[in-house]
Design a protein. Structure first.
Length: 260
C-alpha cells in the first residue's frame, strides 16, 4: 500500500471526535490555560531570577521571554502526541469505535487521517489557550504571536502522525509509557525548551537538531519574538517531511494491526 485511500470523508471522523470533546471541553481547556502559568512561576520567576538575561539569535532576552514560546511548542507536542496515542488507543481498543466506523463506507486510512487531523486540532486549541494565558504577562510580541497558530498546526500534524505510529504497533495502553519516557521526555528536556542549545556540547547540539521538537520550538520562538532567519524554512520543511513520513508509517501500522 503506497497511497492511502483517503477522501473528504475523513473529516467525519474528525467531527465525531470534536463532538465528543465539546461535551467535556471545560475540563480539557484548563490544563493549557494553567500549565504555562505554572511553568512561568516555577522556572521563570524562580529559576529565571538566577539566570538573568541570555542571548538567542544574537539578541538579548530575559529568561521568561525565551521560555514562554518553548512552553507553547512543548504543549503542542504533548497535546497532539497524547491525543493519537492514549485517546486513539482507547477509541480503538476499549470503545471499539474504529470497528463501528469500519462498518460504514469509510476506510481505515480515512479513520487514521481523521484521527491525525483531530490530534493537530487539539494541538492548535492548546496553542491558542497557552498564547491567551501568556499574552497578559507581556511575554509574546503582537501581532507576531498570531503566527504561533500556523506553527502549532504544522507541529500538531507532525506529532499526531508520530503518535499514530505507536498506536499501530504497541500491544497495550501501558506500553505507551515507553515512548513517553524514551522519546517524548528527552525531547521535552533537550530540544531548546528551557535553555539555548548552544549550552550543550557540539555533538549534543547536532543530536538535538535531529529532534522534531527542536524545530517546532525554534519556529514557535521565532514567531513569538518576531525573529526571522533563513533557518526557519528548513525547520518548517523538516516538520512537514517528518509529518508525511510518520503519517505513511502510521497508516501502514494501523492497517497491519486491524486489517491484515
Amino acid at each position: 500500500m503506497l497511497i492511502p485511500r483517503v477522501t473528504s470523508r475523513c473529516w467525519r471522523v474528525w467531527r465525531r471526535d470534536a463532538t465528543v470533546w465539546r461535551k467535556t471541553w471545560a475540563i480539557g481547556f484548563l490544563p493549557p490555560l494553567l500549565e504555562p502559568l505554572l511553568y512561568v512561576a516555577a522556572f521563570g520567576y524562580g529559576l529565571g531570577g538566577l539566570i538573568g538575561a541570555l542571548t538567542w539569535q544574537g539578541a538579548q532576552l530575559g529568561y521568561l521571554e525565551f521560555l514562554a514560546p518553548g512552553i507553547v511548542g512543548a504543549g503542542v507536542m504533548n497535546a497532539a502526541f497524547f491525543e493519537t496515542t492514549y485517546a486513539s488507543f482507547v477509541r480503538m481498543h476499549y470503545q471499539k469505535t474504529f470497528d463501528g466506523i469500519l462498518a460504514t463506507p469509510l476506510s481505515l486510512e480515512e479513520i487514521v487521517t481523521g484521527e491525525v487531523l483531530w490530534g493537530a486540532t487539539r494541538a492548535l486549541i492548546t496553542a491558542a489557550a497557552m498564547t491567551a494565558a501568556l499574552s497578559p504577562l507581556g511575554l509574546l510580541r503582537w501581532p507576531e504571536a498570531l503566527l504561533l497558530l500556523p506553527v502549532a498546526a504544522l507541529g500538531g500534524l507532525a506529532f499526531a502522525a508520530f503518535g499514530m505510529v505507536f498506536t499501530g504497533v504497541l500491544p497495550t495502553i501501558e506500553a505507551f509509557n515507553l515512548p513517553v519516557f524514551l522519546v517524548v521526555t528527552p525531547m521535552f528536556l533537550f530540544s531548546g525548551t528551557f535553555f539555548p542549545l548552544e549550552q550543550l556540547p557540539v555533538w549534543a547540539q547536532r543530536l538535538a537538531w535531529a529532534l522534531p521538537l527542536t524545530h517546532l520550538a525554534h519556529l514557535a520562538r521565532s514567531a513569538a519574538l518576531g525573529s526571522w532567519s533563513p533557518q526557519l524554512a528548513a525547520s518548517a520543511a523538516y516538520l512537514a517531511a517528518f509529518a508525511a513520513v510518520m503519517y505513511a508509517a502510521g497508516v501502514r501500522a494501523m492497517v497491519r494491526r486491524l486489517i491484515t
